[in-house]
Design a protein around this ligand. Structure first.
Ligand SMILES: *Cc1c(COP(=O)(O)O)cnc(C)c1O
Length: 431
């Protein structure tokens, strides 16, 4: 199985967290997101323990909440001792509503509005990851006006090619995020931050991409960042104490995906940071990392009921489901791979090549093409695996289709953590 929270029971049904998916679909309806809390908590602990094991506990994983944001996930990662990364006023609001401690939040984004900055300052957000000079100036001015100080990390483009998908690559010079090292832009920003009256310039941040399977680009990025911390000290006299290395650790969507063990990453990165700091005679910085996908991705699945099966002789066979790009736009956006299984017929031979199509009025509304499935009939249940990240959080109401519910399973007990949207919800803001 793609994820260790999945299994198959004696009826030949797919299980998640020990629950029969056919029963879940019956009880909560479809489409339905289902997540396993045990798997999420185990991954959080593994990240925390890797800091203990390899870095003397001098660091903290932050959950990148854009992967899946709702109040309950904020409560869970808070209980596990993680910090949080938010990228908008809405994600910040969600975290605060869940009682997440503001001082453990890092606020990201390449265009934080004045309203968002004011909200974050008033809430006592721990770190601002500053993307550009406009933001640096606005933040300094607003902190001054409010009579407070803001803790700042600068987002740097280390220029590391992590061999990832073009569309989701963010470490290159040609990226809308952060300050480039090569052009001198990053050092100029560091000088500005060092001299800003109302800012505490604490460190630097980078995020080299997403769904990365290699440890090497992370190590290279960490080395480049320590080089830069050294350069900043030489040029400005400011001794930075914090280094945020971002997220991007890959997960298993299909059998061919081979993510490394996540703590292997912390092991190699810790060694590199210690070695580099030793060379420069710098104290080792406090490290943050920002895993999103790897905390929730494999812990989630989506359940759908099959409607029609449309065979176009000599062309292909479409199987239509009761969801689609509204609840999972990732195939339409990036041709992302997913594993699809017939959740109620796990023992049936997969003899049919099918294209799984959503119900939106859009030809590109596909979940996956050319997947092998058993013979299917209307009413059969399909499960798409590894949908815990960037599915619910990227969902839309296109075609006025209500967003599905999210069910979380803990110790074999399901509970709704996000209710299914109703038609009334759809018109709530209409005037
Ligand atoms: C998206 C993002 C993350 C999380 O990335 P994953 O691939 O989900 O681990 C972390 N930090 C920043 C700045 C991001 O943009």
């Amino acid at each position: 199985m793609i994820s260790n929270c999945l299994g198959k029971n004696e009826k030949g049904h797919l299980t998640i967290g020990g629950c029969d998916t056919v029963d879940l679909a019956k009880e909560y309806g479809t489409p339905l997101y289902v997540m396993d809390e045990g798997k999420i908590r185990a991954t959080c602990r593994m990240y925390r323990e890797s800091f203990e094991k390899y870095y003397g506990g001098q660091g903290m994983p932050l959950y990148a909440s854009k992967a899946f944001s709702c109040k309950e996930i904020c409560r869970i990662v808070n209980e596990e001792g993680l910090g949080l990364d938010v990228v908008s006023g809405g994600e910040l609001y969600t975290a605060l509503q869940a009682g997440f401690p503001a001082e453990k939040i890092h606020f990201h984004g390449n265009n934080k509005t004045a309203e968002e900055i004011a909200f974050a300052l008033d809430s006592g957000v721990g770190h601002f990851v500053v993307d550009n000079l406009t933001e640096l100036e606005t933040l300094n001015r607003m902190a001054g006006e409010k009579g407070c100080r803001a803790c700042v990390l600068l987002r740097i483009k280390p220029g590391v090619d992590a061999h990832t998908h073009q569309f989701i690559r963010t470490g290159q010079i040609d990226s809308k995020f952060g300050f480039a090292l090569e052009t001198g832009e990053a050092l100029a920003a560091a000088k500005e931050a060092a001299g800003a009256e109302h800012l505490d310039f604490k460190g630097v941040h980078c995020h080299i991409g997403s769904q990365i399977f290699d440890v090497a680009p992370f190590v290279l990025a960490a080395e480049i960042m320590v080089d830069f911390i050294h350069e900043i000290q030489k040029e400005t006299g400011v001794a930075l104490t914090e280094l945020n290395l971002g997220g991007g650790f890959g997960i298993k969507y299909v059998d061919e995906d081979t993510p490394p063990k996540y703590d292997a990453y912390m092991h190699s990165v810790s060694d590199a940071v210690h070695r580099k700091c030793g060379e420069y005679g710098l104290p080792v910085p406090y490290i943050f990392i920002e895993p999103g996908r790897s905390i929730v991705g494999e812990a989630g699945i989506t359940l759908y009921h099959v409607g029609g099966v449309k065979e176009i002789p000599g062309v292909r066979t479409y199987v239509s489901i009761d969801g689609g790009m509204g609840d999972n736009p990732r195939y339409a956006l990036y041709q992302s791979s997913y594993t699809v299984v017939a959740a109620g017929k796990m023992d049936a031979p997969c003899t049919e090549k099918m294209t799984v199509a959503g119900k939106c009025c859009e030809s590109g509304d596909l979940i996956q093409e050319n997947v092998m499935l058993p013979k299917l009939e209307p009413g059969d249940l399909l499960a798409v695996l590894s949908t815990g990240a960037y599915n619910y959080s990227m969902a839309s109401n296109y075609n006025r289709i209500p967003r599905p519910a999210v069910v979380m399973i803990r110790d074999g007990q399901p509970r709704v953590i996000v209710r299914r949207e109703s038609f009334e919800d759809l018109v709530r803001n209409d005037v």
